[in-house]
Design a protein around this ligand. Structure first.
Ligand code: R5P
Length: 294
């Protein structure tokens, strides 16, 4: 049977371009949808045509997070009317940072989302560089996390960097930096970051790193949200006389004036993927997602 007959890819509005690319790679049917937002904020979604075969719903959950979450759930639920196999591809999984109770009485919202996706009929979940694997433990259906790191590294290999050093802005990202550096065949270090859980304020606690001086830096993180982590890391690295700083991440939310603040902190370029479309999303993850579907 040809791939075309086997799959339909439904592109939610938050991931339309990426979904089209995935459909092309799978040589499958693509079904778009119409979104109407009522004055009170409610979303009304209509599929443009009827899906057939196994259905892949592609819908990132970035801001407006709660609206996009409801839209993703609605599409999965609708898809289930046409197929017993519905994969929910959530390239950027919002709420993944709320995967455990950090402070007493906090709601672990990721667990609720896992229950909802199963309840509406998702049979498999595919995500890209989810913030923590712990988030996926809340699902009682099959899940797969794919990595965009190799694709981002391909981009960096084409740049003429001077003695590049990969830097993780925090210890939690050391594995990611190590993997990135290994693929780039360069060295890496990790900074020590502290975030106040109540105020969200970020501080870099690391002392000086001898390795930084006069080298091009690739700051690698899974996501950039307010930009606080990258700004503090860049300021710290510049004090130690590094050369150019590049910020690379899978998911660039770039909330408010994050981009401006990151540039002001001395970052020459921000590179992210199309899990969240935007000015910096120049690395395409459709190939890694398509490979995870087949
Ligand atoms: C934290 O553990 C994450 O990996 C990111 O470093 C963080 O979520 C980025 O957020 P912000 O840009 O607001 O500092």
């Amino acid at each position: 049977m040809s791939l075309l007959a086997r799959f339909t890819v439904i592109g939610g509005l938050s991931s339309e371009q990426l979904a089209r690319k995935i459909a092309t790679r799978l040589r499958s049917k693509y079904v778009g949808c119409e979104l109407r937002v009522f004055p009170d904020g409610e979303s009304k979604i209509t599929l443009k045509t009827k899906p057939t075969g196994k259905i892949i719903v592609v819908h990132s959950v970035y801001p407006p997070v709660d609206s996009n979450l409801v839209r993703a759930l609605a599409l999965v639920s609708q898809a289930r009317k046409y197929s017993s196999q519905v994969y929910a591809v959530i390239p950027y999984m919002g709420y993944a940072r709320q995967d455990r109770e950090f402070l007493p009485r906090e709601v672990v919202t990721m667990s609720l989302i896992a229950k909802m996706l199963k309840a509406v009929g998702a049979t498999k979940i595919i995500v890209v560089d989810i913030h923590s694997m712990m988030a996926l433990k809340h699902f009682q259906i099959s899940t797969k996390n794919v990595s965009a790191i190799e694709e981002i590294v391909k981009y960096f290999k084409k740049l003429c960097l001077k003695d590049p050093l990969v830097v993780s802005p925090d210890m939690g990202g050391v594995g990611r930096a190590q993997n990135f550096a290994h693929l780039m065949k360069v060295e890496y270090i990790a900074l020590e970051k502290h975030r106040d859980r109540k105020t969200g304020e970020v501080m870099i606690k690391s002392s000086n790193h001898q390795k930084v001086r006069n080298r091009d830096i690739i700051l690698v993180d899974d996501m950039i949200s307010t930009g606080g982590s990258i700004v503090k890391a860049a300021e710290h690295l510049r004090k130690q006389k590094c050369r150019r700083i590049y910020a690379a991440c899978t998911h660039a939310l770039l909330i408010g004036d994050a981009e401006k603040r990151i540039r002001r902190a001395g970052v020459a370029r921000i590179i992210s993927t199309n899990t969240i479309p935007g000015k910096t999303s120049i690395v395409d993850v459709s190939a890694v997602i398509a490979r995870a579907i087949i």
